[in-house]
Design a protein around this ligand. Structure first.
Ligand code: 5GP
Length: 147
């Protein structure tokens, strides 16, 4: 992993542990530069996280190649989530720094399906059960395979 060191990177953060295989995740997609998996505290059903494999805390720390790869994977995941969940819209969010609401200090993009009028749950609060997460993951993987 490359670290551009604009900010000190904490390699003990949970996403770094997921990348090293030291913590589990419900994986949807992986390539040389990115990994996509289910958010365990989803703000809506089908909430996915796309992370870079670089040791970067924020988008500002990421290399341009890493940023490009994240956007390409985020777009690919967004298309699959929209199809899998029959979502009317897709909200994509990306926070940089605690002051901006970032709680995990490893660069990531949120992909959140939206339906008009549906309430979005609080950020990172309610742990979803694994059976439900796995069911949504199976639908998203099928949509990715169809793409
Ligand atoms: P942030 O607040 O940094 O923008 O987003 C962090 C996201 O990571 C939150 O949506 C939160 O639910 C999610 N999250 C926190 N811990 C874990 C974890 O251990 N596994 C997964 N899959 N997601 C996590």
């Amino acid at each position: 992993m490359e670290n551009r060191s604009l900010m000190a990177y904490d390699s003990n953060n949970i996403f770094a542990k997921i990348l090293r295989g030291e913590a589990p995740c419900i994986k949807l997609y992986e390539d040389d530069l990115t990994l996509a998996f289910m958010d365990i505290m989803p703000q809506a059903d089908g909430h996915v996280l796309v992370i870079s494999k670089e040791a970067a805390e924020t988008l500002l720390d990421l290399s341009e190649d890493g940023a490009r790869a994240c956007v390409v994977t985020t777009r690919r995941i967004a298309i699959a989530v929209k199809k899998a969940l029959a979502a009317e819209g897709i909200f994509i969010a990306q926070m940089n720094g605690a002051a901006a609401g970032q709680t995990v200090p490893h660069i990531h993009f949120h992909v959140i399906p939206r339906t008009a009028g549906a309430v979005v749950r609080m950020h990172g609060v309610e742990r979803a059960d694994d059976a439900g997460l796995n069911a949504f993951a199976a639908k998203i993987r099928a949509a990715l395979a169809d793409a």
